[in-house]
Design a binder for this molecule. Structure first.
Ligand code: UD1
Length: 358
């Protein structure tokens, strides 16, 4: 392939693109970067492009803050137009967001090969928009790059060996990014400057999944646990705009230290200096592991099953009691993080090498 359109739109995709686009720039492939605009705030989007030196998007579609159907539909329409004009040899999408499925569907209908990075992950919860997005994207992808062995197994179990597609286990591009930016983050992060956040004196929390934020009972239960944990150990939470809106809407009081969403450097430093991590994000579960921190996942399932199986990650759902018990358990535990679960930090290079030969 000589010419590839890459679709990004949401925060975790900027991190993944930072690793892959850098490799792409060192190859013979010409990458055309399209930002759907799904995430648009300075601290949800621009900061990642600036810090991680991701090439400026060639196109920004500025599509956001719409219902799932409207958002996905409008993205498809615009991506289709671009793809017809640009005639790429392939179109690459990351992960499981509305931007992912929009890009994949638009390309597939034009018979443009679809490349899916972070393929094969499953939560087995079809109520999550992300699960629908990832399953449908996998099914219409031509080259499926899987981060883990369990992702490959999921695809095989679903019969993907019978489809006309390539399945490749290449490792996790987020691990590449974590390794590459770790030292730089040390130097450039500002989150501890003039701040009341003190290293080692807090638990880092993020919370934004629709299944938690849009269900008042779940959100209340989780926040009640966080308020309790905050009193004991201190909680710092960079608050996603979705969560902020929902806390206001349901009139729920979060007593932890809330800050605006942070960029990648600050996030890495916040993880490294935390006691441990609590989240419902997919990416943060792994980033906790990369930086040798335990993680409580406030969801009923996780796609990163190997972390749970090896005892690095604890699934609590939105159960207040379970969250509190697990937090105390982790506080009193010594853990060792020596396994090689996500490859060797060359996942992006493998992707680009394979695409260059395809
Ligand atoms: C999306 C992805 C999710 C991913 C997450 C990372 C889907 C279905 N979900 O969820 O898989 O883990 O991104 O953060 O694609 N908003 C702002 N400013 C922004 C971005 C969003 O105010 O920069 C607001 C939106 O207007 C909306 C809400 O936050 O009201 C949610 O945004 P949305 O893009 O729908 O999904 P996320 O919850 O961010």
């Amino acid at each position: 392939m000589n010419k590839i359109i890459t679709i990004v739109g949401a925060r975790p995709q900027f991190v993944k693109a930072a690793a892959v686009s850098r490799e792409m720039a060192n190859s013979n492939i010409h990458e055309i970067l399209v930002h759907t605009g799904q995430h648009f705030d300075k601290n949800m989007s621009d900061v990642f492009f600036d810090e991680m030196q991701i090439p400026k998007p060639d196109f920004n579609l500025e599509i956001n803050s719409l219902s799932h159907g409207a958002m996905t539909g409008r993205m498809m329409e615009q991506i289709e137009k671009l793809a017809i004009e640009i005639k790429p040899d392939g179109l690459m999408v990351y992960g499981d967001t509305n931007s992912t499925i929009a890009g994949a569907l638009a390309a597939k209908k034009l018979h443009i090969p679809v490349i899916h990075v972070e393929s094969g992950l499953r939560s087995f919860n079809m109520d999550m928009p992300e699960e629908v997005n990832r399953i449908l994207t996998d099914r219409i992808s031509d080259i499926l790059f899987c981060p883990t062995e369990s992702a490959v197994q999921n695809l095989k179990r679903e019969g993907f060996d019978n489809y006309n597609c390539q399945i490749i286990q290449n490792g996790d591009v987020m691990y590449d990014a974590a390794l590459f930016y770790s030292n730089l983050a040390e130097e450039k992060a500002t989150v501890f400057n003039n701040s009341s956040i003190k290293p080692e004196e807090y638990i880092l929390v993020t919370l934004h999944r629709q299944e938690n934020t849009d269900e008042p009972n779940r959100l209340r239960e989780i926040v009640s646990a966080l308020n309790e944990i905050h009193k004991k150990y201190g909680v710092v939470i960079p608050l996603h705009p979705r969560t902020r809106k929902k806390l206001d809407q349901f009139n729920i009081e979060l007593q932890a230290k809330t800050i605006d969403p942070v960029g990648y450097f600050d996030m890495i430093q916040l993880i490294k200096n935390s006691r441990f991590v609590m989240t419902d994000s997919g990416g943060l579960q792994k980033e906790a592991y990369f930086f040798k921190k335990a993680c409580i996942t406030m969801r009923d399932q996780t796609e990163w099953v190997e972390l749970v199986n090896h005892g690095f990650n604890f699934l609590t759902g939105a159960n207040r009691k379970k969250i509190l018990e697990t937090a105390d358990e982790i506080e009193n535990k010594n853990m060792h993080f020596e396994l090689d679960l996500y490859g060797k930090g060359n996942a992006s290079k493998k992707i680009v090498d394979i695409l260059a030969k395809s």
